[in-house]
Design a protein around this ligand. Structure first.
Ligand SMILES: Cc1cc2nc3c(=O)[nH]c(=O)nc-3n(C[C@H](O)[C@H](O)[C@H](O)COP(=O)(O)OP(=O)(O)OC[C@H]3O[C@@H](n4cnc5c(N)ncnc54)[C@H](O)[C@@H]3O)c2cc1C
Length: 387
């Protein structure tokens, strides 16, 4: 069997997710969640019961063992219907399950990972700041030690899912700025801590989990909130830029793939129902060609995404391939969705159909998780192209 054929186990996960989506996430309900910017915690809890969160957690901590291909399948399927549920899943299985499994202290793993697999514990990412986007090592939010306590001050932007998360996975400066990549730490801050203020940010897509401006004013948290424990102090950059980053690129690729697939399926079906000039529009060559190109590009996106996941699962080098997947899939998925919108004409632009939501959601994919320009930099740098 090649890596491009789904194993029996992966096919089973995919088919149970499809049944789950039809039962628990019908289109009308999903439309309402999007309109009301609502996160359906009950659906998240049912995914926990199905064992989906355990796909990133080692058996020793209550999961079924790290399986990035299976995780990408769950993300693709959920995001083909709802970003609200899909993003909540990522906050649990990826932000929490993968990061904590990779870089937390043994004590943190023992206390938090069973809660990821068994309760769907969620993290949100507090990385970006008002003046800090791609250049994350320049964060200004800070934490200082005061005995057994940390005092945190500063502000974060675009903290998606902050209000529904158990902890904000917060990158802070914890020492002098003389060396940019040193003196950074990651700390776990409950969003309900005194001194934490969340303010929702308006965004055109990714409704549900919501994205927030977060400010910290003299927030006091215990020192054991440092990710990695005491040894994690000033080691934040290594923890952030480790293998977790490769996996994040696969997560975004799988999200984009799910949205693009839904757009192609809807446009394909619509083209057979919409009659103009006495014929279904799928009989016009212009429509046929758009759909043929969309299907072809979608197939390429699928191969790029699952090839990258396969390399990670095989513990093979994947930094270049994950950047290539993130770059190609997010950009191509955006092209696919915009073409599918064109197939549906005016009905691709209005709220009666899901296409307008796919358009809003797909536009952010080349921006999130390292922009396309950053992925191009990564590819050339990793392949050692001289500057
Ligand atoms: C809906 C949404 C949800 C988000 N969720 C989160 C979240 O949960 N947590 C979080 O921390 N952040 C989140 N973000 C922020 C996201 O990760 C940032 O948008 C991203 O890191 C890029 O930062 P920026 O948009 O400020 O762009 P900037 O870094 O300011 O870049 C602006 C432009 O310059 C280009 N550029 C920048 N540096 C370089 C370079 N070295 N070489 C070439 N080109 C360059 C970029 O590609 C881009 O085109 C979210 C953003 C959105 C829109």
């Amino acid at each position: 069997m090649s890596q491009f054929q789904e194993s029996e186990q992966i096919s089973m996960i995919r088919s149970s997710l499809k049944s789950f989506i039809e039962k628990e996430m019908p289109r009308d309900l999903v439309k309402r969640w999007d309109r009301e910017n609502y996160f359906p915690r009950d659906v998240h809890d049912k995914l926990v019961e199905m064992g989906c969160m355990g796909l990133t957690v080692a058996e020793a901590y209550g999961g079924t063992g790290k399986d990035i291909t299976a995780t990408a399948v769950v993300i693709e399927e959920l995001c083909s219907r709802s970003m609200s549920v899909g993003c909540g899943y990522i906050q649990s299985s990826c932000y929490a399950g993968l990061n904590l499994g990779e870089v937390a202290s043994e004590k943190q793993k023992e206390s938090l990972l069973p809660r990821v697999a068994g309760e769907g514990l969620m993290l949100s990412y507090g990385l970006s700041e008002p003046d800090v986007g791609a250049d994350l090592a320049s964060v200004k939010s800070s934490a200082v030690r005061n005995g057994d306590t940390l005092i945190v001050n500063g502000s974060k932007r675009f903290c998606s899912g902050a209000a529904i998360s158990d902890y904000i996975y917060t990158l802070v400066r914890t020492g002098p700025t003389d060396q940019k990549y040193k003196n950074l730490s990651i700390i776990l801050i409950p969003p309900t801590s005194p001194g934490v203020l969340l303010e929702p940010q308006e965004s055109m897509g990714l409704k549900g989990a919501g994205t927030y401006d977060v400010s910290f004013s003299d927030v006091e948290i215990p020192v054991d909130s440092i990710v990695g424990g005491e040894e994690g102090w000033n080691k934040g950059w290594e923890k952030l830029a480790g293998p977790g980053l490769d996996i994040e690129k696969v997560e975004v690729s799988a999200m984009a793939l799910g949205i693009a697939r839904a757009a192609v399926d809807d446009a394909w079906a619509y083209s057979q129902e919409r009659i103009q000039f006495g014929k279904p529009i799928c009989s016009f060559q212009s429509i046929r060609h758009m759909l043929a190109e969309a299907k072809t590009k979608l197939a390429a996106c699928r191969l790029m995404t699952y090839q990258a996941a396969f390399l990670i699962d095989q513990n093979l080098p994947a930094t270049v391939e994950t950047s290539m997947a993130k770059l190609f899939v997010s950009e191509t998925a955006r092209e696919i969705v915009l073409k599918c919108q064109e197939v549906m004409g005016a009905y691709g632009y209005v709220g009666d159909f899901d296409m307008e939501r796919y358009v809003r959601d797909i536009l952010v994919m080349p921006i999130l998780g390292g922009s396309s320009a950053i992925q191009k930099n990564n590819i050339c740098n990793r392949l050692k192209l001289p500057k």
